[in-house]
Design a protein around this ligand. Structure first.
Ligand SMILES: [Zn+2]
Ligand SMILES: [Zn+2]
Length: 574
């Protein structure tokens, strides 16, 4: 059985991240079997590494931190993959090759390979144990673990290699440290199936039979696939730099994420240096792939997502659960002059499992306006990153964005639909008033009522206590456009709910109604004025919690009945 190596270059580019990933719900159970002896490796009783503790790893000893980080990486895979059979990984720290200039970080292999078992999708084809077990819905080799993983204990101890392990869980190691979670994620990728069983040196198939990985390998200069090649042709392909390709349909379909290392056909380059590099050739994506992939042969910095390996695993037959995302827009409406930009903030939340990759915003509704978006720091609202550039969001993480439309011609209020989506997820559901943007553009000055709703728990939900109780929330406004008489009203949108709603303008200091609450209130709102409103929602029956459907909309209309501002909150009986 071949093994695979993850090696390192000096001079790494490290990416820092703000986001933290809580553990994903597991679709496959991955169990770590600690093979280290007393006092060493995963059992090292030394005090915990302070930098790793600061990075969210609360293991009480160095060994415990190693196990916590390992399990965290295993859980990332576990959240993505589904299998009815527990996946067992034996793991330990042992000395591996290491010099002052390079170090093998880890070495991982499937423990057994299986073919022609009950449930095998292909005959006469090898599968690594974890994948074979999934198809068989049974443990095909119960007496041994599925995957064997070894990590280099010489790093930071007996070896002069200057970079040492970081066991934090935030994919944000201090400069110069090696992100253990990323290394485990990479190594487990090999153990789960990112590995060719073809003998690199001779080109011979394992017992002259294909394996599920190598079936997808192509020499683009001959257009032959590995199964159809002679041994010599496979050796040639393995060192045909730039021309050894992965042709599996799922990777090809997602290959537009790459800006380099990909052929115009969508075939993705595999690592094929000449001469061959034992333990690295073939069983990795090419170092040319850009942005850097997790499954490149050299450490490319901290990562908490598996990248295109997710699609490659689909090509192998793994079932991968895509992450799902939800989104919100604030404020939910603007009215601006032609050539004046209408900006708002949006948040995309990744509810998992797994990291959402390439998340961005695309307008779906055609309006005469230019559009841009850019990530922001949610704490400061300062713009970060690059305009119109998608980015990744960790499981359970949220990313805020600013976006803006600049109208090029007048148009009436239009509920603009936006796609909040990621390269490996379906777009978030579109919910009017929550993540749509009501926009109008005028050639003459018009009111532009920018709103912010505040609920008691600041969670965007107005709670009606008991079926016939009353819930309350407030809306603050500022008129960034022309002064006008504005009528504020509230309704339940297209959904009929058993509630009655009253609204009043309030004293901004005390929140007390200035007049008795009624069905609507009309008030003069001058430029830059900041009136506030109170909304009272009285139940006449039970309102179930369905934040996508059951909402209270507050609308601000001018004398002509044109909506110049709006917001909404979810409503429920509690
Ligand atoms: Zn590797
Ligand atoms: Zn090709």
């Amino acid at each position: 059985m071949p093994y695979t190596l993850l090696r390192i270059f000096a001079g790494l580019f490290l990416i820092s991240r703000l986001l933290f990933h809580p553990e994903a719900a597991q679709a496959a159970t991955i169990t770590v079997v600690n093979l280290d002896g007393p006092g060493e490796g995963f059992n090292d009783p030394s005090p915990p590494d302070p930098a790793s503790t600061a990075g969210g790893n609360n293991g009480p000893t160095l060994g415990a931190q190693r196990l916590v980080a390992f399990q965290s990486a295993a859980n990332i895979w576990g959240g993505l993959l589904s299998s009815p059979v527990e996946i067992r990984i034996s793991a330990n720290f042992n000395p591996l090759p290491c010099t002052s200039g390079s170090a093998v970080l880890g070495r991982t292999t499937p423990v057994t390979a299986h073919r022609d078992f009950a449930g095998a999708p292909l005959t006469n084809t090898w599968y690594p144990q974890a994948l074979a077990n999934r198809f068989a819905a049974a443990d095909l080799a119960p007496s041994v673990n599925d995957i064997s993983a070894v990590f280099n204990s010489a790093i930071g101890t007996t070896c002069s290699f200057p970079r040492v392990w970081y066991y934090g869980l935030d994919a944000n190691p201090p400069d110069g440290l090696l992100d253990f979670v990323a290394v485990v994620l990479h190594e487990l990728g090999h153990g789960l199936g990112f590995v060719s069983f073809v003998d690199l040196a001779t080109g011979a198939k394992l017992q002259e039979l294909d394996d599920v990985f190598s079936r997808n390998l192509e020499d683009h200069s001959t257009a032959k696939l590995y199964p159809d090649m002679t041994n010599t042709e496979r050796v040639n392909a393995s060192q045909n730099t730039g021309n050894l390709h992965w042709v599996g349909a799922n990777v090809v379909a997602a290959s537009n994420r790459l800006t380099a290392g990909v052929h115009p056909t969508g075939h993705v380059q595999m690592f094929a240096p000449n001469p061959q590099q034992s333990g690295s050739s073939v069983s990795h994506f090419d170092t040319a792939t850009t942005p850097d992939e997790l499954m490149e042969p050299f450490y490319t910095g901290p990562k908490d997502n598996v990248g295109l390996a997710s699609e490659l695993f689909r090509d192998l037959g793994w079932e991968i659960t895509p992450p799902s995302v939800v989104s919100a827009v604030l404020p939910s409406s603007r009215s601006v002059l032609v050539d004046v930009s209408a900006a708002a903030f949006a948040t995309i939340i990744n509810v998992g499992p797994g990291t959402a990759i390439g998340c961005g915003i695309t307008p779906l509704t055609s309006i005469p306006a230019t559009f841009f978006y850019q990530a922001t720091n949610p704490f400061t609202n300062q713009i970060i990153g690059t305009p119109n550039t998608p980015l990744s969001i960790a499981t359970g993480g949220a990313q805020s964005f600013v976006f803006a439309f600049t109208p090029t011609a007048p148009f009436a209020p239009t509920d603009v639909h936006l796609s909040f989506g990621c390269a490996n997820s379906t777009p978030s559901p579109i919910i009017t008033g929550l993540n749509t943007f009501l926009l109008s553009a005028s050639a003459t000055p018009v009111p532009d009522i920018v709103t912010a709703a505040a609920t008691l728990n600041n969670d965007g939900i107005v709670n009606i206590l008991a079926a016939t109780g009353t819930g309350v929330f407030a809306v603050a406004t500022v008129n960034l456009g022309a002064g006008s008489a504005i009528t504020a009203s509230a309704d339940t949108g297209a959904v009929v709910l058993p509630v009655s709603i009253a609204i009043c303008e309030t004293n901004p200091g005390t929140g007390v109604c200035l007049t008795s609450p009624g069905g609507s209130v009309t008030t003069q709102i001058n430029t830059n004025a900041t009136p506030t409103f109170g909304i009272f929602v009285t139940g006449m029956g039970h309102v179930p919690f369905d934040p996508a459907a059951n909402r209270i909309f507050v609308r601000f209309k001018d004398a002509a009945g044109v909506t110049r501002g709006s917001t909404s909150v979810a409503v429920r009986t509690q």
